[in-house]
Design a protein around this ligand. Structure first.
Ligand SMILES: Nc1nc2c(ncn2[C@@H]2O[C@H](COP(=O)(O)OP(=O)(O)OP(=O)(O)O)[C@@H](O)[C@H]2O)c(=O)[nH]1
Length: 229
């Protein structure tokens, strides 16, 4: 897999297929926990499938299957064998194959979640793979992380700061994280979660539903939905 090229994939045709939502972020920040939460909350309403990425194992897919949050057949595992960002940004073929095969088997679908393997602050999805992306940080790296920026923090459609239950233990000030994230995100949303304390992640699920409504509107009308008043 090539590691050094820019995102040269074209944005896919948005008509007639599921919204593809990438979930990325550093190792252990809670990407799988959030994916499970979204399956739990949105599974009853949306036609869903999930692709997970691990370097050498199928650990995340196994976790989701065991958690029973979605029909196990609708969860596909990609073993990247290389840095996770390569498989979501530079050489997306394995992930695209997995997404398309889920769509062929179970389509029509409303939403396909692609969970990246854990990576660093520079990891983002190719727009050829993910229509929208969530970047998940957690508080355990300290409250300085959002102000360090990096494309994941600054450009993701949604920044989730997870494990707020641990903030007192690690001395992370959520007000500082919120202020610093807002300063580098140019108005894009930031949500704080503790998937441990709230396994449904309602606020994130609500944000995803907003995406689905906008996506469906675009399919139906060929233009973006008017802003809510
Ligand atoms: N205290 C606390 N622990 C959490 C929370 N969310 C996830 N965890 C735990 O953090 C650990 C890592 O969570 P995962 O969801 O596997 O993180 P990940 O980002 O998918 O990890 P990788 O795929 O290895 O990068 C697990 O032990 C989770 O149970 C949270 O909100 N609070």
């Amino acid at each position: 897999m090539g590691a050094d090229h820019d995102d040269r994939h074209h944005a896919p045709d948005p008509h007639g297929r599921a919204l593809r939502l990438g979930i990325g972020g550093p190792v252990g920040s809670g990407k799988t926990a959030l994916t499970a939460a979204l399956c739990r909350t949105l599974g009853p309403t949306l036609r869903l499938a999930v692709v997970t990425n691990d370097i050498y194992t199928t650990e995340d897919a196994d976790f989701l299957r065991k958690a029973g949050v979605l029909d196990p057949e609708r969860i596909a595992a990609v073993q990247t064998g290389c840095c996770p960002h390569t498989a979501i940004r530079d050489d997306i073929a394995a992930n695209l194959d997995a997404v398309e095969s889920l769509e062929e088997r179970f389509g029509p679908l409303d939403l396909v979640i692609v969970e990246s393997g854990g990576d660093n602050l520079t990891a983002t999805f190719s727009r050829g793979l993910a229509d929208r992306q969530i970047f998940v940080l957690d508080v355990s790296g300290g409250d300085k992380v959002p102000r360090k920026g990096g494309p994941g923090v600054t450009t993701a459609d949604l920044l989730v700061i997870n494990k707020t239950d641990l903030a007192p233990m690690v001395g992370a000030d959520l007000t500082v994280m919120s202020r610093d994230a807002a300063a580098v995100r140019d108005g894009k949303p930031v949500l704080f979660t503790s998937v441990r304390q709230e396994p449904e992640a309602h606020a994130v699920a609500e944000w995803v539903m907003g995406l689905i409504h906008a996506w469906t509107y675009e399919h139906a009308h060929g233009s973006t939905a008017p802003a809510a008043t």
